[in-house]
Design a protein around this ligand. Structure first.
Ligand SMILES: *[C@@H]1O[C@H](CO)[C@@H](O)[C@H](O)[C@H]1NC(C)=O
Length: 349
């Protein structure tokens, strides 16, 4: 009797432990879908708003897409809950200590070694600089999906995506990464030795950004093409035209229509919008709504601007913060500061 009771007790204790582990992992997965900011990544939040919900559809869509594509490893889930799971990480490769002789050193000082060939040149007989490979490389304003591990020369691993893909804009990260991404094609994995001047510098400024040279293994999964942003993102150029409200514009392509839309017009448009830091905040190429009633536009300056246009016209608008979401918007994730829009009014329906 006593034995049976004991074994039952042991079984229910096991069940409890098992349930606990499942709960911990589930929490980890839930938490993980929210925390995908890489510490090696200085900037580049994904914007999604609540007021401007419908209009910001594209941006929200891409956030959800990114969250859904994460593969959460148990070690990541556990580390989120505060356990030290560094023993689950792979040991540092011996060559993180210094640039080995078989690495290629680039003019900037960045050094690199190929670890996995890209899809465009899977076999050794296919050159890495073929037309196809060069075409498939990331450009500075594109986004890339990557996995990475970062070490200091002493072998300390200070950061890792722990096998969750991260999506970052090529030009929003440390200079060493920006250069690194632009030499990689999808499927490629490389080790990079990044001098301090192309990383976080020689002096420690915060805990998550180590000083000195750094070594990264980076695997590039995918390049998300982004439209090239205008060169003047922070302020309108000297030849822009201003309206009395402070809105600035330049006609990029004159239209053919006679009519101009009113706030009640139902219009179909193509547009790309950027914030001053270069983030693409809204784009009909990435799911933002093309057809809507003009007054639904939550950006005052854009609502004003589109009413100046005729069918078939393309304009570039520089919208000052006070005609957009302000300098520091309260709405979570809304872009602050100047916004720039390339806007084509296709039809007034
Ligand atoms: C706007 O026009 C399109 C195309 O004619 C139509 O499908 C849509 O229902 C209209 N939307 C509104 C809100 O009137």
């Amino acid at each position: 009797m006593a034995t049976m009771a004991r074994s039952r007790a042991r079984r229910s204790a096991k069940l409890l432990v098992f349930t606990g582990v499942v709960a911990i992992l589930t929490c980890g997965v839930l938490l993980c879908s929210r925390c995908h900011e890489a510490s090696a990544v200085p900037a580049g939040p994904v914007h999604h708003g609540s007021h401007a919900r419908r209009f910001l559809l594209g941006a929200v869509g891409s956030t959800l897409g990114a969250a859904a594509s994460f593969q959460v490893s148990p070690s990541r889930a556990a580390s989120l809950l505060g356990f030290d799971v560094s023993f689950l990480d792979p040991p540092a490769p011996p060559d993180v200590a210094s640039v080995p002789p078989d690495a290629e050193v680039l003019p900037s000082g960045l050094a690199t070694k190929l670890l996995l060939r890209p899809t465009c040149a899977l076999s050794v007989s296919m050159p890495l600089n073929s037309e196809e490979c060069v075409q498939s490389r990331a450009r500075e304003f594109d986004k890339v999906q990557i996995d990475y591990i970062g070490w200091q020369p002493n072998g300390r691993m200070f950061d890792s995506s722990r096998l969750e893909k991260r999506s970052v804009r090529v030009n929003s990260v440390m200079p060493g990464w920006t250069e690194a991404f632009q030499m990689m094609s999808p499927g490629e994995k490389r080790r990079f030795w990044i001098p301090a001047s192309l990383a976080f510098g020689d002096t420690v400024t915060d805990q998550t950004r180590p000083a000195g040279p750094l070594v990264f293994d980076i695997e590039l999964y995918n390049v998300e093409r982004q439209p090239k942003p205008p060169t003047e993102l922070t302020a309108p150029p000297a030849d822009a035209t201003f309206t009395s409200s402070g809105l600035a514009y330049k006609v990029l392509k004159p239209g053919t229509g006679q009519q101009r839309p009113t706030p009640d017009s139902n219009v179909t448009s193509l547009y790309n919008g950027w914030s001053a830091n270069g983030d693409l905040i809204l784009s009909t190429s990435f799911g933002a709504q093309p057809t809507f009633v003009l007054k639904e536009i939550p950006i005052k300056g854009l609502l004003e601007g589109v009413q100046l246009m005729c069918e078939g016209e393309t304009r570039r608008f520089w919208i000052p913060a006070e005609l957009a979401f302000g300098e520091k918007p309260e709405g979570k994730g809304l872009p602050g500061g100047v916004l720039v829009f390339d806007y084509r009014l296709s039809t007034i329906n």
